[in-house]
Design a protein around this ligand. Sequence first.
Ligand code: GDP
Ligand code: IMO
Ligand code: MG
Length: 429
Amino acid sequence: MPGVALVGTQWGDEGKGKVTDLLAEHTDVVVRYQGGNNAGHTIVVEGERYALHLVPTGILYPHCVPVIGPGVVVDPQVLIEELDALGERGVDTSKLLLSGNAHLIMPYHLELDRVTERRLGKNRLGTTKRGIGPAYADKATRVGLRVQDLLDPKIFSAKLEVALKEKNLILTRVYGRLPIPQKEIEEQYLAFAQRLAPHITDTDPVIQDALDAGKSVMFEGAQATLLDLDHGTYPFVTSSNPISGGACAGAGVGPRDITRIIGISKAYCTRVGSGPFPSEADPADAEILVEAGAEYGTTTGRKRRCGWFDAVAGRYAARLNTLTELVVTKLDVLSQFDPIKVCVAYEYEGERFEHFPPNQTIFNKCKPIYEELPGWSQDLSEARKPDELPAEARSYLDAIQGLVGAPVSWASVGPGRDEIVDMAGSGSL
Ligand code: GDP
Ligand code: IMO
Ligand code: MG
């Protein structure tokens, strides 16, 4: 049975949590393949809110095996806290599998993320300060510590010594900070090791065997296409590959294992942190979107920047991820506007760009070209079938699918599990 990848098509927070949760209902294995606890995926079940950062959404279903794959960077303290919090709410977390090849986020990564942002001043990225960038940097320069190192105290200690020597020089000499004692980290991390040991395994064969046995496997993207390290709005990106192609490397499967690729998109657009955002709304409209959409970060609590649906970015995401379908979320939030703006192209020095511009100078300075579509100005939260949506809302979705070039299969009209419209009449996600 082929795998299903679920990816964000914008700058994150598209509602991936809600959609992965719905899909997990009939999925056997759910795999996180990149990122770390910079992610914040919200799920609302019967009025109860769960915010997951590192643990895959499948954890909420007893039939699902949640897997943290080798491409993820893991802060063990955060993982343990998240497992404890879920356990206290009655969720069975014993079946979580954690790849021994995943890299560890270390205390010096957190410190380096903070001091680097401070040094960058007005050029800062606005990271989540979770140590993501520094952890991936160490992975790439091959001085990272991996989850499996927790199981061998001698190796852990030897590798830590090599890494920490350099990190403490940077922290003390470049940033004037105090060095972090090796003993302190060792004690802390080896205690984490005891707790996490039952979950640590080689996850590649687990996923491959599940696919071979005809089971369903979902690859749960965190962050999103425009935050992709290679294809996003660099340098204002994260340090991993959230795009569907990233699922292969990050989970240990081949491209032929993934045949359904679902892009998640808000009916408008948001961004947290710095960087260009061509369709950013004026402050008055942005404030309406923030309030109606409760646009505050799940991880950092920061107010999200808000704007209009960007069809150029949508087209880019559709091609880059080879989307087979699009799920549009938060359509209900647009009930506040009539007409509704959609960015259909960019303009730069008199030239019209239908596709993503070839360089960042253009992207930084381009102006959005808007088309206005009629609003519906009514509550959508009760709609479950396409004909229960106002004609204007259906036309809006039609316009999006035409502009992006991928069919809209579902449209979400509220945060709850059941608040979703089956646009293609497929019965289940
Ligand atoms: P993720 O990072 O992509 O999983 O998205 P987040 O969970 O960070 O942010 C999405 C927010 O929108 C969460 O608070 C969800 O509960 C909420 N949400 C998801 N779908 C809808 C929807 O259709 N309508 C409304 N009003 N809220 C939604
Ligand atoms: P989910 O999975 C939105 C953004 C940060 C910052 C940039 C780099 O919930 O959609 P990092 O800490 O990754 O080095 O920060 O990426 N960012 C996100 N924005 N949603 C996310 O995750 C994000 N994860 C990182 O705000 O601009
Ligand atoms: Mg989020």
